[in-house]
Design a protein around this ligand. Structure first.
Ligand code: FES
Length: 167
């Protein structure tokens, strides 16, 4: 996939920049990173360079944002990104077990993507729903609560079935 940022994407950057006073245009950095992730699936170094130029900030400052928030992908991910919370409150309520169960079910260690490109599995920082542990986030948008093994099976098998793949 090319890393080239289109004029349409640059126009989306401009819309975000316009939300802030000119001297605070750097405040649009997270929105611009989200836009490139939506369009390319992950944030490439070239994207960080273009965003830094647009926002008149150092490239390293953009990179610091990319690497601080684990919702930004720094490499290609599968069609379904599964982030399982393993912070302490969830650790105490089977969060780590949920991650391990998915490692076994998907046949990959956390951090990897299945060979068919369908799933990327990652540990996650607190998702703000500690009382619902084990919790996970699918594709940075869909929160799943109380993910015991049977619900993990339903989720993964359902997504596989939707893609025409059996477990
Ligand atoms: S520690 Fe897992 S959601 Fe807060």
């Amino acid at each position: 996939m090319t890393a080239t940022i289109s004029e349409a994407t640059r126009a989306r950057f401009d819309q975000e920049v316009a939300k802030y006073p000119p001297e605070q245009k750097q405040s649009a950095v997270m929105a611009c990173l989200s836009i490139v992730q939506q369009e390319f699936g992950w944030v490439m170094p070239e994207h960080e360079r273009v965003i830094a130029e647009r926002l008149e900030m150092p490239v390293i400052a953009v990179h610091e944002v990319t690497t601080f928030y684990n919702m930004y992908n720094q490499r290609p991910v599968g069609k379904y990104k599964l982030n399982v919370c393993t912070n302490l409150p969830c650790q105490l309520r089977r969060g780590a077990e949920a991650l391990k169960y998915l490692e076994q079910k998907l046949g990959i260690p956390a951090g990897d993507t299945t060979p068919d490109g369908l799933f990327t599995l990652q540990p996650s920082e607190c998702l703000g729903a500690c009382a619902d542990a084990p919790v996970m986030l699918v594709n940075d948008r869909t929160m799943c609560s109380f993910m015991e093994n049977d619900k993990l099976d339903q989720l993964v098998d359902g997504l596989r079935a939707a893609e025409g793949k059996t477990s």
